[in-house]
Ligand binder design. Structure first.
Ligand code: PRP
Length: 206
């Protein structure tokens, strides 16, 4: 049986609907309550319902053979997995944003609040800008509003959260969408079933 890690929440709904269309669906998904493991015996697939930010870890460490997660999660985790398919949904951008009135002072370090510390560090290193990082777990937009940071590095989807908190995009530096990822050892040693699943998903999104 193959194990697939699926993200709970926003992205999850789109993933379940894709799997359904690809003939790999989860029967009566809504009836499973708080269950975290769901089997589709007919398809020979076991689904794990995990926090989106944990999908890449499950796949890298072999807790799951395949998984679906955003490119943001994949980059942030640095997970050593195969990235097989860009699913084309869950689109957003990784951005630097700041209060509407913000003016950058290049004579001092910029204070950056983010939950994507690895991505933020890489970005600032790539542009050669000194920065201090403040790691937060959510509601990142609040940090510059209360003076905790100068800017944020966060994902922007509709832009509503930025607008409603009087922030603006300074730079957009990464395009994000959902990716199908595969454990490297599983891919080498499975009997072609992973390729079948990848093909079914590719055909469905095409
Ligand atoms: C994400 C992200 C932004 C928001 C962007 O937060 O961190 O806050 O969505 O979406 P928008 O551009 O459509 O407004 P999430 O909803 O994951 O919650 P969080 O603040 O707890 O991280």
């Amino acid at each position: 049986m193959l194990t697939i890690a699926l993200p709970k929440g926003r992205l999850g709904d789109k993933v379940y609907s894709l799997l359904d269309q690809a003939g790999l669906g989860i029967p009566e998904m809504e009836d499973y309550g708080r269950k975290l493991v769901i089997e589709n015996e007919e398809a020979g697939i076991r689904y794990l319902l995990v926090k989106p930010s944990d999908v890449a870890v499950y796949v890298e460490k072999g807790g799951a053979d395949l998984g679906v997660c955003g490119k943001d999660i994949l980059e942030e985790s640095g997970a050593d997995v195969f990235e097989m398919v860009d699913l084309g949904f869950g689109k957003c951008s990784m951005c630097v944003a700041a209060p509407q009135t913000y003016v950058e002072d290049y004579d001092r370090k910029v204070r950056v609040a983010t939950k994507f510390e690895h991505i933020a560090r890489s970005y600032y290193a790539s542009i050669g800008r000194d920065a201090d990082f403040i790691h937060l777990n959510g509601s990142i937009e609040l940090a510059p509003v209360v003076g905790l940071s100068d800017v944020i590095v966060d994902i922007v989807e509709t832009g509503t959260t930025l607008r409603e908190n009087h922030l603006k995009v300074i730079t957009k530096f990464m395009n994000i969408s959902a990716r199908l990822i595969v454990n490297k050892a599983s891919y080498r040693f499975n009997d072609g079933r992973i390729d079948q699943i990848v093909r079914a998903i590719k055909e469905t999104i095409a």
